[in-house]
Write a protein that binds this ligand. Structure first.
Ligand code: NDP
Length: 466
Protein backbone atom coordinates (compact mmCIF):
# COMPACT_ATOMS: atom_id res chain seq x y z
CA UNK A 1 0.00 0.00 0.00
CA UNK A 2 1.43 3.35 -1.05
CA UNK A 3 1.98 6.04 1.57
CA UNK A 4 0.55 8.74 -0.68
CA UNK A 5 -3.06 9.98 -0.99
CA UNK A 6 -3.02 9.35 -4.74
CA UNK A 7 -0.98 7.40 -7.28
CA UNK A 8 -1.22 10.38 -9.66
CA UNK A 9 -2.06 14.03 -9.16
CA UNK A 10 -2.70 15.98 -12.37
CA UNK A 11 -2.39 19.77 -12.29
CA UNK A 12 -4.57 21.24 -15.03
CA UNK A 13 -7.87 20.15 -16.59
CA UNK A 14 -7.08 20.85 -20.25
CA UNK A 15 -6.68 18.42 -23.13
CA UNK A 16 -3.44 16.86 -21.87
CA UNK A 17 -4.32 16.70 -18.17
CA UNK A 18 -7.81 15.30 -18.70
CA UNK A 19 -6.65 12.58 -21.09
CA UNK A 20 -3.79 11.55 -18.81
CA UNK A 21 -6.00 11.52 -15.70
CA UNK A 22 -8.74 9.46 -17.35
CA UNK A 23 -6.37 6.94 -18.92
CA UNK A 24 -4.35 6.48 -15.73
CA UNK A 25 -7.57 5.96 -13.73
CA UNK A 26 -8.85 3.45 -16.29
CA UNK A 27 -5.51 1.65 -15.92
CA UNK A 28 -6.28 1.25 -12.20
CA UNK A 29 -4.46 4.22 -10.67
CA UNK A 30 -5.96 6.38 -7.89
CA UNK A 31 -6.03 9.76 -9.59
CA UNK A 32 -6.91 13.33 -8.59
CA UNK A 33 -6.94 16.40 -10.80
CA UNK A 34 -6.95 20.08 -9.89
CA UNK A 35 -8.41 22.69 -12.22
CA UNK A 36 -8.82 26.18 -10.85
CA UNK A 37 -11.23 27.43 -13.50
CA UNK A 38 -13.25 25.60 -16.14
CA UNK A 39 -12.70 22.02 -17.24
CA UNK A 40 -11.50 21.71 -20.84
CA UNK A 41 -8.57 24.12 -20.85
CA UNK A 42 -7.56 26.45 -23.65
CA UNK A 43 -8.79 24.24 -26.49
CA UNK A 44 -12.38 23.91 -25.27
CA UNK A 45 -12.90 27.10 -23.30
CA UNK A 46 -10.90 29.85 -25.01
CA UNK A 47 -9.11 28.34 -28.00
CA UNK A 48 -9.66 25.86 -30.82
CA UNK A 49 -13.36 25.13 -30.38
CA UNK A 50 -14.82 28.62 -29.77
CA UNK A 51 -12.37 29.95 -32.38
CA UNK A 52 -13.64 27.51 -35.02
CA UNK A 53 -17.24 28.47 -34.22
CA UNK A 54 -16.33 32.12 -34.78
CA UNK A 55 -14.56 31.16 -38.02
CA UNK A 56 -17.75 29.49 -39.27
CA UNK A 57 -19.73 32.58 -38.30
CA UNK A 58 -17.31 34.82 -40.16
CA UNK A 59 -17.59 32.87 -43.42
CA UNK A 60 -21.32 33.35 -43.97
CA UNK A 61 -20.76 36.89 -45.22
CA UNK A 62 -18.71 35.57 -48.16
CA UNK A 63 -21.01 32.60 -48.70
CA UNK A 64 -23.92 34.99 -49.12
CA UNK A 65 -21.94 36.95 -51.73
CA UNK A 66 -21.02 33.74 -53.58
CA UNK A 67 -24.64 32.58 -53.51
CA UNK A 68 -25.70 35.52 -55.69
CA UNK A 69 -23.84 33.98 -58.65
CA UNK A 70 -25.90 30.84 -58.12
CA UNK A 71 -29.18 32.74 -58.32
CA UNK A 72 -29.84 33.27 -54.62
CA UNK A 73 -30.91 36.56 -53.13
CA UNK A 74 -31.12 36.64 -49.34
CA UNK A 75 -32.17 40.28 -49.21
CA UNK A 76 -30.47 42.47 -46.62
CA UNK A 77 -28.30 40.13 -44.56
CA UNK A 78 -27.48 41.22 -41.03
CA UNK A 79 -25.33 39.86 -38.24
CA UNK A 80 -25.82 40.00 -34.47
CA UNK A 81 -22.68 39.58 -32.33
CA UNK A 82 -24.46 39.02 -28.97
CA UNK A 83 -26.46 36.13 -30.50
CA UNK A 84 -23.28 34.49 -31.78
CA UNK A 85 -21.46 34.90 -28.45
CA UNK A 86 -24.43 33.59 -26.42
CA UNK A 87 -24.83 30.53 -28.67
CA UNK A 88 -21.09 29.90 -28.61
CA UNK A 89 -21.05 30.15 -24.80
CA UNK A 90 -23.93 27.68 -24.55
CA UNK A 91 -22.07 25.14 -26.67
CA UNK A 92 -18.83 25.63 -24.71
CA UNK A 93 -20.71 25.10 -21.44
CA UNK A 94 -22.19 21.87 -22.86
CA UNK A 95 -18.73 20.60 -23.86
CA UNK A 96 -17.29 21.58 -20.49
CA UNK A 97 -20.02 19.52 -18.81
CA UNK A 98 -19.19 16.51 -20.99
CA UNK A 99 -15.49 16.83 -20.17
CA UNK A 100 -16.23 16.95 -16.44
CA UNK A 101 -18.65 14.03 -16.60
CA UNK A 102 -16.17 11.86 -18.50
CA UNK A 103 -13.42 12.59 -16.02
CA UNK A 104 -15.66 11.75 -13.07
CA UNK A 105 -16.97 8.61 -14.80
CA UNK A 106 -13.42 7.31 -15.11
CA UNK A 107 -13.01 7.59 -11.32
CA UNK A 108 -10.82 10.69 -11.13
CA UNK A 109 -11.38 12.99 -8.11
CA UNK A 110 -11.69 16.62 -9.27
CA UNK A 111 -10.61 19.54 -7.09
CA UNK A 112 -11.83 22.89 -8.38
CA UNK A 113 -8.83 24.65 -6.94
CA UNK A 114 -5.38 25.94 -7.71
CA UNK A 115 -2.62 23.46 -6.84
CA UNK A 116 0.93 24.59 -6.06
CA UNK A 117 3.94 22.55 -5.00
CA UNK A 118 4.81 22.30 -1.30
CA UNK A 119 7.52 19.71 -1.78
CA UNK A 120 8.32 16.98 -4.26
CA UNK A 121 5.30 14.82 -3.42
CA UNK A 122 2.98 17.36 -1.75
CA UNK A 123 0.62 19.88 -3.32
CA UNK A 124 -1.23 22.66 -1.56
CA UNK A 125 -4.73 23.48 -2.81
CA UNK A 126 -4.85 27.23 -2.38
CA UNK A 127 -8.58 27.86 -1.94
CA UNK A 128 -9.23 25.06 0.53
CA UNK A 129 -5.71 25.16 2.03
CA UNK A 130 -5.82 21.36 1.87
CA UNK A 131 -2.58 19.42 1.36
CA UNK A 132 -2.54 16.32 -0.82
CA UNK A 133 0.26 13.91 -1.59
CA UNK A 134 0.86 11.83 -4.69
CA UNK A 135 3.42 9.29 -5.82
CA UNK A 136 3.54 10.76 -9.33
CA UNK A 137 2.58 14.24 -10.47
CA UNK A 138 1.74 15.50 -13.94
CA UNK A 139 2.08 19.20 -14.77
CA UNK A 140 -0.41 20.02 -17.52
CA UNK A 141 -1.08 23.68 -16.81
CA UNK A 142 -0.91 24.91 -20.41
CA UNK A 143 -0.04 28.47 -21.36
CA UNK A 144 -1.60 31.90 -21.61
CA UNK A 145 -1.40 34.88 -23.98
CA UNK A 146 1.54 37.12 -23.24
CA UNK A 147 1.21 40.89 -23.02
CA UNK A 148 4.94 41.39 -22.82
CA UNK A 149 6.55 42.69 -25.94
CA UNK A 150 10.04 42.05 -24.56
CA UNK A 151 11.73 43.71 -21.62
CA UNK A 152 13.29 46.40 -23.77
CA UNK A 153 9.93 47.16 -25.39
CA UNK A 154 7.29 47.70 -22.78
CA UNK A 155 4.64 49.59 -24.73
CA UNK A 156 3.14 52.58 -22.95
CA UNK A 157 -0.58 51.82 -22.92
CA UNK A 158 -0.19 48.08 -23.53
CA UNK A 159 -2.70 47.46 -20.72
CA UNK A 160 -5.42 49.00 -22.91
CA UNK A 161 -5.16 46.04 -25.28
CA UNK A 162 -7.07 42.77 -25.17
CA UNK A 163 -5.78 39.25 -25.86
CA UNK A 164 -7.56 36.30 -27.47
CA UNK A 165 -9.01 35.41 -24.04
CA UNK A 166 -11.05 38.62 -23.98
CA UNK A 167 -11.80 38.58 -27.72
CA UNK A 168 -14.19 35.68 -27.13
CA UNK A 169 -16.28 37.77 -24.74
CA UNK A 170 -16.42 41.30 -26.16
CA UNK A 171 -19.73 42.99 -25.52
CA UNK A 172 -19.89 44.28 -29.06
CA UNK A 173 -18.21 43.71 -32.38
CA UNK A 174 -15.49 46.33 -32.79
CA UNK A 175 -15.97 48.55 -35.83
CA UNK A 176 -12.18 48.89 -36.21
CA UNK A 177 -9.67 46.51 -34.69
CA UNK A 178 -5.88 46.48 -34.74
CA UNK A 179 -4.27 43.08 -34.32
CA UNK A 180 -0.62 42.78 -33.34
CA UNK A 181 1.28 39.62 -34.31
CA UNK A 182 1.83 37.42 -37.31
CA UNK A 183 1.17 33.93 -35.92
CA UNK A 184 -1.81 31.57 -35.80
CA UNK A 185 -3.92 33.61 -33.41
CA UNK A 186 -3.34 37.00 -35.03
CA UNK A 187 -4.21 35.70 -38.48
CA UNK A 188 -7.21 33.69 -37.41
CA UNK A 189 -8.75 36.58 -35.49
CA UNK A 190 -7.92 38.99 -38.34
CA UNK A 191 -10.05 36.87 -40.67
CA UNK A 192 -12.77 36.30 -38.10
CA UNK A 193 -13.27 40.01 -37.42
CA UNK A 194 -12.96 40.88 -41.10
CA UNK A 195 -15.60 38.32 -42.06
CA UNK A 196 -17.95 39.61 -39.37
CA UNK A 197 -17.64 43.15 -40.69
CA UNK A 198 -14.92 44.88 -38.65
CA UNK A 199 -12.24 46.93 -40.34
CA UNK A 200 -9.05 44.99 -39.55
CA UNK A 201 -5.43 46.14 -39.56
CA UNK A 202 -2.74 43.54 -38.89
CA UNK A 203 0.45 44.97 -37.42
CA UNK A 204 3.37 42.57 -37.78
CA UNK A 205 7.00 43.26 -36.94
CA UNK A 206 8.51 40.94 -39.58
CA UNK A 207 8.72 40.83 -43.35
CA UNK A 208 5.66 38.59 -43.79
CA UNK A 209 3.42 36.72 -41.34
CA UNK A 210 3.65 33.05 -40.35
CA UNK A 211 7.37 32.75 -39.88
CA UNK A 212 8.42 29.12 -40.33
CA UNK A 213 5.68 28.31 -42.85
CA UNK A 214 6.47 27.76 -46.53
CA UNK A 215 7.30 31.07 -48.22
CA UNK A 216 4.91 30.54 -51.17
CA UNK A 217 2.04 30.04 -48.74
CA UNK A 218 2.98 33.12 -46.74
CA UNK A 219 3.03 35.20 -49.94
CA UNK A 220 -0.32 33.78 -51.07
CA UNK A 221 -1.86 34.55 -47.68
CA UNK A 222 -0.55 38.13 -47.70
CA UNK A 223 -1.93 38.72 -51.21
CA UNK A 224 -5.26 37.21 -50.25
CA UNK A 225 -5.56 39.39 -47.15
CA UNK A 226 -4.80 42.55 -49.07
CA UNK A 227 -7.24 41.70 -51.85
CA UNK A 228 -9.98 41.01 -49.28
CA UNK A 229 -9.50 44.48 -47.83
CA UNK A 230 -7.54 43.80 -44.65
CA UNK A 231 -4.74 46.28 -43.96
CA UNK A 232 -1.47 44.42 -43.54
CA UNK A 233 1.25 46.59 -41.99
CA UNK A 234 4.61 44.82 -42.19
CA UNK A 235 7.84 45.71 -40.41
CA UNK A 236 5.59 47.58 -38.04
CA UNK A 237 5.41 47.75 -34.24
CA UNK A 238 3.54 49.85 -31.72
CA UNK A 239 5.45 52.55 -29.89
CA UNK A 240 2.57 54.01 -27.88
CA UNK A 241 -1.10 53.31 -27.24
CA UNK A 242 -3.46 55.88 -25.74
CA UNK A 243 -7.14 56.12 -25.02
CA UNK A 244 -9.01 59.14 -26.40
CA UNK A 245 -12.65 59.06 -25.36
CA UNK A 246 -14.10 55.79 -26.65
CA UNK A 247 -11.34 55.30 -29.13
CA UNK A 248 -7.80 53.89 -28.92
CA UNK A 249 -4.95 55.57 -30.73
CA UNK A 250 -1.83 53.56 -31.60
CA UNK A 251 1.42 55.03 -32.78
CA UNK A 252 3.85 52.85 -34.72
CA UNK A 253 7.58 52.84 -35.39
CA UNK A 254 6.75 53.97 -38.94
CA UNK A 255 5.18 57.18 -37.73
CA UNK A 256 1.58 56.05 -38.40
CA UNK A 257 -1.15 56.98 -35.97
CA UNK A 258 -4.04 54.52 -36.18
CA UNK A 259 -7.37 54.97 -34.46
CA UNK A 260 -9.49 51.98 -33.58
CA UNK A 261 -11.99 50.51 -31.11
CA UNK A 262 -9.96 47.54 -29.90
CA UNK A 263 -6.35 46.38 -30.05
CA UNK A 264 -5.74 42.65 -29.85
CA UNK A 265 -2.28 41.48 -28.82
CA UNK A 266 -1.53 38.07 -30.37
CA UNK A 267 2.22 38.04 -29.87
CA UNK A 268 2.69 34.58 -28.46
CA UNK A 269 1.88 32.65 -25.30
CA UNK A 270 3.83 31.95 -22.12
CA UNK A 271 3.85 28.70 -20.12
CA UNK A 272 1.69 28.65 -16.98
CA UNK A 273 4.41 28.01 -14.42
CA UNK A 274 4.24 31.33 -12.58
CA UNK A 275 3.71 30.81 -8.83
CA UNK A 276 3.49 27.03 -9.24
CA UNK A 277 6.60 26.77 -7.05
CA UNK A 278 8.08 23.93 -9.09
CA UNK A 279 11.45 24.75 -7.53
CA UNK A 280 10.18 23.20 -4.28
CA UNK A 281 9.92 19.89 -6.12
CA UNK A 282 13.22 20.11 -7.99
CA UNK A 283 11.59 20.73 -11.38
CA UNK A 284 13.71 22.80 -13.75
CA UNK A 285 12.28 25.47 -16.02
CA UNK A 286 13.66 26.71 -19.33
CA UNK A 287 14.31 30.31 -20.37
CA UNK A 288 10.68 31.05 -21.28
CA UNK A 289 9.38 29.46 -18.07
CA UNK A 290 8.56 26.17 -19.81
CA UNK A 291 8.93 22.91 -17.92
CA UNK A 292 12.00 21.12 -19.22
CA UNK A 293 11.28 17.48 -20.08
CA UNK A 294 13.12 14.52 -21.58
CA UNK A 295 11.94 12.42 -24.52
CA UNK A 296 9.42 10.66 -22.21
CA UNK A 297 7.95 13.93 -20.86
CA UNK A 298 9.79 13.38 -17.56
CA UNK A 299 11.00 16.51 -15.74
CA UNK A 300 14.24 16.88 -13.80
CA UNK A 301 12.36 15.30 -10.85
CA UNK A 302 12.00 11.63 -11.90
CA UNK A 303 8.46 11.13 -10.55
CA UNK A 304 7.12 14.38 -12.02
CA UNK A 305 6.11 14.62 -15.68
CA UNK A 306 4.76 17.42 -17.86
CA UNK A 307 2.76 17.39 -21.09
CA UNK A 308 1.20 19.91 -23.47
CA UNK A 309 1.76 23.63 -23.95
CA UNK A 310 3.51 24.09 -20.60
CA UNK A 311 6.46 22.18 -22.09
CA UNK A 312 6.56 24.47 -25.15
CA UNK A 313 7.27 21.65 -27.61
CA UNK A 314 4.50 21.77 -30.23
CA UNK A 315 1.57 23.86 -28.98
CA UNK A 316 -1.30 21.85 -30.43
CA UNK A 317 -4.15 20.02 -28.69
CA UNK A 318 -3.68 16.64 -30.43
CA UNK A 319 0.01 16.75 -29.54
CA UNK A 320 -0.81 17.30 -25.85
CA UNK A 321 -3.25 14.37 -25.99
CA UNK A 322 -0.63 12.16 -27.65
CA UNK A 323 1.96 13.15 -25.03
CA UNK A 324 -0.59 12.32 -22.30
CA UNK A 325 -1.25 8.86 -23.76
CA UNK A 326 2.50 8.18 -23.98
CA UNK A 327 2.92 9.38 -20.38
CA UNK A 328 0.32 6.87 -19.14
CA UNK A 329 2.02 4.05 -21.09
CA UNK A 330 5.37 5.04 -19.57
CA UNK A 331 4.34 5.77 -16.00
CA UNK A 332 1.44 3.36 -15.43
CA UNK A 333 1.67 0.54 -17.95
CA UNK A 334 5.34 -0.32 -17.70
CA UNK A 335 5.73 0.43 -21.39
CA UNK A 336 8.13 3.39 -21.84
CA UNK A 337 6.79 5.29 -24.86
CA UNK A 338 8.23 8.45 -26.39
CA UNK A 339 5.81 10.87 -27.99
CA UNK A 340 6.39 11.05 -31.75
CA UNK A 341 6.56 14.69 -32.81
CA UNK A 342 7.30 14.01 -36.48
CA UNK A 343 4.93 14.84 -39.36
CA UNK A 344 2.43 16.72 -37.25
CA UNK A 345 -0.07 18.38 -39.56
CA UNK A 346 -1.35 21.81 -38.68
CA UNK A 347 -3.71 24.42 -40.07
CA UNK A 348 -4.19 28.11 -39.65
CA UNK A 349 -7.94 28.72 -39.84
CA UNK A 350 -7.80 31.80 -41.97
CA UNK A 351 -10.28 32.20 -44.84
CA UNK A 352 -9.34 30.30 -46.87
CA UNK A 353 -7.34 27.94 -44.69
CA UNK A 354 -3.60 27.41 -44.77
CA UNK A 355 -2.56 23.88 -43.85
CA UNK A 356 0.62 21.89 -44.06
CA UNK A 357 2.43 18.74 -43.09
CA UNK A 358 6.12 17.90 -43.36
CA UNK A 359 8.98 20.08 -44.51
CA UNK A 360 8.87 23.52 -46.08
CA UNK A 361 11.07 24.17 -49.10
CA UNK A 362 13.58 26.10 -46.97
CA UNK A 363 13.66 23.42 -44.28
CA UNK A 364 14.06 20.57 -46.80
CA UNK A 365 17.04 22.32 -48.39
CA UNK A 366 18.45 23.16 -44.96
CA UNK A 367 18.32 19.46 -44.05
CA UNK A 368 20.38 18.66 -47.16
CA UNK A 369 17.65 17.36 -49.49
CA UNK A 370 17.76 18.04 -53.21
CA UNK A 371 14.14 18.60 -54.07
CA UNK A 372 11.61 18.61 -56.88
CA UNK A 373 8.77 21.02 -56.32
CA UNK A 374 5.27 20.60 -57.77
CA UNK A 375 3.01 23.61 -57.56
CA UNK A 376 -0.48 24.26 -58.76
CA UNK A 377 -2.59 27.36 -58.47
CA UNK A 378 -6.17 27.42 -59.71
CA UNK A 379 -9.56 28.99 -59.28
CA UNK A 380 -11.78 26.62 -57.29
CA UNK A 381 -14.95 25.56 -59.15
CA UNK A 382 -17.19 27.18 -56.51
CA UNK A 383 -15.80 30.59 -57.38
CA UNK A 384 -16.39 30.31 -61.14
CA UNK A 385 -20.05 31.24 -60.61
CA UNK A 386 -19.44 32.90 -57.25
CA UNK A 387 -17.29 35.42 -59.07
CA UNK A 388 -14.78 36.36 -56.36
CA UNK A 389 -11.13 36.25 -57.47
CA UNK A 390 -10.20 33.47 -55.02
CA UNK A 391 -7.38 31.08 -55.86
CA UNK A 392 -6.09 27.88 -54.29
CA UNK A 393 -2.39 27.08 -54.06
CA UNK A 394 -1.02 23.57 -53.56
CA UNK A 395 2.58 22.53 -53.28
CA UNK A 396 4.32 19.19 -52.96
CA UNK A 397 8.00 18.99 -52.00
CA UNK A 398 9.60 15.76 -53.14
CA UNK A 399 13.03 14.35 -52.36
CA UNK A 400 14.78 14.19 -55.75
CA UNK A 401 16.78 11.10 -54.81
CA UNK A 402 14.22 8.91 -53.03
CA UNK A 403 11.02 10.32 -54.59
CA UNK A 404 9.55 10.56 -51.07
CA UNK A 405 7.05 13.34 -50.49
CA UNK A 406 8.68 15.50 -47.82
CA UNK A 407 6.03 18.15 -47.45
CA UNK A 408 2.60 19.21 -48.60
CA UNK A 409 1.27 22.77 -48.27
CA UNK A 410 -2.16 24.05 -49.21
CA UNK A 411 -3.71 27.50 -49.12
CA UNK A 412 -7.34 27.15 -50.07
CA UNK A 413 -10.83 26.07 -49.01
CA UNK A 414 -10.90 22.89 -46.90
CA UNK A 415 -7.09 22.79 -46.75
CA UNK A 416 -7.18 21.47 -43.17
CA UNK A 417 -9.52 18.59 -44.06
CA UNK A 418 -7.31 17.61 -47.02
CA UNK A 419 -4.02 17.86 -45.13
CA UNK A 420 -5.21 15.56 -42.35
CA UNK A 421 -5.34 12.68 -44.83
CA UNK A 422 -2.19 13.70 -46.71
CA UNK A 423 -0.46 13.45 -43.31
CA UNK A 424 -1.27 9.72 -43.23
CA UNK A 425 0.41 9.18 -46.60
CA UNK A 426 3.51 11.14 -45.62
CA UNK A 427 3.70 9.29 -42.29
CA UNK A 428 3.63 6.03 -44.29
CA UNK A 429 6.52 7.30 -46.46
CA UNK A 430 4.54 7.81 -49.68
CA UNK A 431 6.48 8.68 -52.82
CA UNK A 432 5.45 10.99 -55.63
CA UNK A 433 4.90 7.81 -57.69
CA UNK A 434 2.31 6.68 -55.10
CA UNK A 435 0.53 10.02 -55.47
CA UNK A 436 0.66 9.66 -59.30
CA UNK A 437 -0.68 6.09 -59.11
CA UNK A 438 -3.73 7.25 -57.16
CA UNK A 439 -6.75 7.89 -59.36
CA UNK A 440 -8.23 11.33 -58.91
CA UNK A 441 -11.61 11.94 -57.30
CA UNK A 442 -13.32 14.38 -59.62
CA UNK A 443 -14.36 17.16 -59.34
CA UNK A 444 -12.53 18.13 -56.15
CA UNK A 445 -9.71 20.49 -55.26
CA UNK A 446 -7.77 17.65 -53.63
CA UNK A 447 -7.51 15.78 -56.93
CA UNK A 448 -4.89 18.33 -57.92
CA UNK A 449 -2.49 16.63 -55.49
CA UNK A 450 -2.54 13.40 -57.52
CA UNK A 451 -2.58 15.01 -60.95
CA UNK A 452 0.45 17.33 -60.73
CA UNK A 453 2.64 15.59 -63.33
CA UNK A 454 5.04 18.35 -64.36
CA UNK A 455 7.51 19.55 -61.81
CA UNK A 456 7.61 23.30 -61.36
CA UNK A 457 11.33 23.42 -60.52
CA UNK A 458 14.16 21.58 -58.80
CA UNK A 459 16.54 22.92 -56.16
CA UNK A 460 19.61 21.64 -54.38
CA UNK A 461 20.99 22.95 -51.08
CA UNK A 462 22.75 26.24 -51.77
CA UNK A 463 20.75 27.02 -54.95
CA UNK A 464 19.15 30.44 -55.22
CA UNK A 465 15.33 30.58 -54.88
CA UNK A 466 13.52 29.50 -58.07
P1 NDP B 1 2.75 32.31 -32.56
O1 NDP B 1 4.03 31.87 -31.99
O2 NDP B 1 2.12 31.49 -33.64
O3 NDP B 1 2.90 33.79 -33.10
C1 NDP B 1 3.37 34.82 -32.30
C2 NDP B 1 3.52 36.03 -33.18
O4 NDP B 1 3.80 37.15 -32.36
C3 NDP B 1 4.63 35.90 -34.17
O5 NDP B 1 4.21 36.45 -35.39
C4 NDP B 1 5.75 36.73 -33.55
O6 NDP B 1 6.58 37.34 -34.49
C5 NDP B 1 4.94 37.80 -32.85
N1 NDP B 1 5.68 38.39 -31.73
C6 NDP B 1 6.33 37.73 -30.76
N2 NDP B 1 6.87 38.59 -29.88
C7 NDP B 1 6.56 39.82 -30.32
C8 NDP B 1 6.86 41.13 -29.87
N3 NDP B 1 7.61 41.33 -28.79
N4 NDP B 1 6.39 42.17 -30.58
C9 NDP B 1 5.64 41.98 -31.68
N5 NDP B 1 5.32 40.75 -32.17
C10 NDP B 1 5.79 39.69 -31.49
O7 NDP B 1 1.80 32.49 -31.31
P2 NDP B 1 0.23 32.55 -31.16
O8 NDP B 1 0.03 33.22 -29.86
O9 NDP B 1 -0.43 33.07 -32.38
O10 NDP B 1 -0.16 31.03 -31.00
C11 NDP B 1 0.51 30.23 -30.02
C12 NDP B 1 0.55 28.81 -30.46
O11 NDP B 1 -0.73 28.22 -30.27
C13 NDP B 1 0.86 28.61 -31.93
O12 NDP B 1 2.23 28.58 -32.17
C14 NDP B 1 0.20 27.30 -32.23
O13 NDP B 1 1.09 26.25 -31.96
C15 NDP B 1 -0.98 27.27 -31.28
N6 NDP B 1 -2.21 27.62 -31.99
C16 NDP B 1 -2.66 26.78 -32.94
C17 NDP B 1 -3.79 27.06 -33.66
C18 NDP B 1 -4.25 26.11 -34.71
O14 NDP B 1 -3.84 24.96 -34.67
N7 NDP B 1 -5.05 26.53 -35.67
C19 NDP B 1 -4.57 28.27 -33.42
C20 NDP B 1 -4.01 29.11 -32.41
C21 NDP B 1 -2.87 28.80 -31.72
P3 NDP B 1 7.87 36.62 -35.10
O15 NDP B 1 7.35 35.62 -36.08
O16 NDP B 1 8.61 37.73 -35.74
O17 NDP B 1 8.59 36.00 -33.95
Amino acid sequence: MTKYDYDLFVIGGGSGGVRAGRMAALAGARVALAEEWRMGGTCVIRGCIPKKLLVYASQFSENVKDAAGYGWDFGDASFDWPTLIANKDREIARLEGLYKANVEKSGVTIFQDRAVFEDEHTLLLLNSQQKVTAEKILIATGNRPTREMGTSRVIPGGELCITSDEAFHLEKLPGRILIAGGGYIALEFAHIFHGLGSHVSLVYRGEKPLRGFDDCMRDALCDSMTSRGLDVLLGCEFTKIEKHGNCLRAETNKGDVIECDQILLAIGRQPNTMALHVEKAGVELGKRGEVKVDAYSRTSAPHIYAVGDVTDRIQLTPVAIHEAMCFVETAFKNNPTRPDHSHVASAVFTTPELACVGLTETRALGEGHSIDVYKSTFRPLLHTLGGRPVRTLMKLIVDAKTDKVLGCHIFGDHAAEIIQIVAVTIKLGATKKDFDATIALHPTAAEELVTMRTKSYSRAPGDAPA
